[in-house]
Design a binder for this molecule. Structure first.
Ligand SMILES: Cc1cc2nc3c(=O)[nH]c(=O)nc-3n(C[C@H](O)[C@H](O)[C@H](O)COP(=O)(O)O)c2cc1C
Length: 471
């Protein structure tokens, strides 16, 4: 019906019919893509229904009703307030949280760490460090987001060695000066907020020695390059990036030792959690993907071979980081022909879990420049749903999650334990505080310095909602 209405609106009385049809096509093609995506989610839900049979009946029902990702928590509440109230009460009871609340405000426990809510500030490179030392920019950036209410704040990919940096502006954790700078930031976050702080550790591999994100991303530095290494000597950008050196066993030992040393510095600096970055085409990711790992030895070949080095490294990091939560970020798909398959993703998730990962953070892509991702709202959440419900490990969903309703629905349906938001937090460090005010949730902790804003924001948001008829 909407298509028909749009067609009439564009063509009725139009002098130039081909132009009117083109305008119609332009307007409706996005809608068609959205419908196709919803249909795909819906089809997958029914095809994979066995994966949801472990959910309790009320959560199974919730997952079914929201399975297309078109109907969310708020919409379901309009249709059946009693059902949603029941779901919120059961979720609160499951997590020993009283009173019932919007699901994004449920606490979350992992290996002795308790998060206030399910919102995560996703890792975001700031390209603003010198010699790998985080500075006032990082203190203010991370501090503002911690006081902004998210339960967990990630550092950007922090590199384990100078050669492991993406750009000269990346943060690092390979010496004591860097450790002390991070200790100051962790001290602020812990003193001024209730957020926990996660250190993301990574090595850039063949995507290193490149320009800052806002310059010519992924392109080599015009001067001052350093040699890169990777599982196989394939350049990232053909004819543009210098080919990396194929790693030897000695290189692998060195990188493991560097990750372990950085993890130890991380403990001393006071981080609550650690994430090993195995996504986005960086060093460890390029072992996992069949598009970037052409090795003929035991570190290449099938998924077991491609996992061998990342798993060895994870085991060493786990030993150096024994008591606090450990996460791994992976690229769930390469979005390119011949890339990582779904079965391989599941095999990797099982192996990472067995090697000591407490949590998996399901991102995707950036393995090869010719990737063709299918973007949309919550576009990577199906990977989190798959891994969480098939492998049985807590997960983080990330990617175009930007409304409180998205987060509420993802958590309540059991598609992820945590929701990471990156770009929304760049524009609004206090995204979580605002979401709490919007939903009249007074249990959210606000910095005492900011509390006078809370009531005013709640009132103003309520007034705005009344004006638009949403209340
Ligand atoms: C400026 C910027 C820098 C990023 N840097 C990192 C990073 O250091 N490590 C990482 O794993 N992902 C990084 N990402 C990816 C985000 O963590 C996130 O996965 C992605 O932006 C999708 O989330 P969004 O749709 O909420 O932005 C970065 C994203 C942005 C926008």
């Amino acid at each position: 019906m909407e298509d028909a209405i749009a067609l009439v609106a564009k063509t009725a009385g139009a002098a130039d019919v081909p132009a009117a049809l083109a305008a119609y096509q332009e307007e409706r093609s996005t809608e068609a893509l959205k419908l196709q995506s919803a249909a795909r989610n819906r089809m997958r839900w029914f095809e994979d229904v066995a994966r949801y049979t472990r959910l309790e009946p009320w959560q199974f029902t919730y997952s079914l009703l929201t399975g297309s990702q078109r109907i969310g928590h708020a919409n379901l509440k309009l249709r059946d307030p009693g059902f949603v109230a029941d779901v919120e009460a059961r979720l609160a009871a499951r997590h020993r949280a009283a009173p019932p609340r919007p699901p994004m405000f449920l606490p979350f426990e992992l290996r002795g760490m308790t998060l206030e809510n399910r919102i995560v500030v996703s890792p975001m490179a700031q390209y603003s460090a010198e010699e790998g030392v985080p500075n006032d920019w990082h203190l203010v950036h991370l501090g503002a987001r911690a006081t902004g209410g998210a339960g967990l704040v990630f550092t950007e990919m922090t590199c384990v060695s100078p050669e492991g940096r993406i750009s000269p502006g990346c943060t690092g954790l390979w010496n004591e000066a860097q450790r002390e700078a991070w200790r100051r930031i962790a001290g602020f976050v812990h003193g001024a907020s209730r957020a926990k702080l996660c250190l993301q550790l990574g090595h850039s591999g063949r995507k290193g020695s490149t320009q800052r994100g806002w310059e010519e991303e992924d392109r080599p530095l015009p001067a001052g390059n350093w040699p890169t290494m990777a599982p196989s000597p394939l350049p990232y950008l053909d004819g543009i990036s210098p080919p990396p050196r194929e790693m030897t066993r000695a290189d692998m030992d060195l990188v493991i030792a560097q990750f372990v040393a950085s993890a130890r510095y991380g403990l001393e600096a006071g981080f609550d959690m650690l994430e090993v970055h195995m996504a986005h085409g960086y060093l460890l990711a390029s072992f996992l993907s069949p598009l970037t790992n052409m090795r003929q030895d035991r570190y290449g070949g099938d998924i077991a071979g491609r996992l061998r080095f990342p798993l060895e490294l994870l085991a060493a990091v786990r030993a150096a980081w024994p008591d606090r939560p450990l996460s791994v970020r992976v690229s769930s798909s390469d979005w390119a022909p011949g890339g990582l398959t779904e079965d391989e993703l599941l095999a990797a998730a099982r192996a990472l879990k067995a090697e000591g990962a407490d949590l998996l953070d399901l991102s995707s892509g950036q393995t090869v420049p010719w990737q063709k991702p299918v973007y949309g709202r919550m576009w990577q959440t199906p990977f989190s749903d798959l891994v969480r419900n098939v492998v049985g490990i807590p997960t983080i969903a990330v990617g175009n999650i930007y409304e409180a309703d998205h987060a509420n629905t993802i958590v309540a349906a059991g598609r992820a334990d945590l929701c990471a938001l990156a770009r929304p937090h760049l524009a609004d460090p206090a995204w979580t505080l605002r979401a709490a005010a919007e939903q009249h949730w007074s249990g959210q902790w606000w910095p005492p310095q900011y509390r006078s804003a809370q009531r005013q924001l709640e009132r103003n948001l309520e007034r705005a909602a009344q004006m638009t008829g949403a209340v």
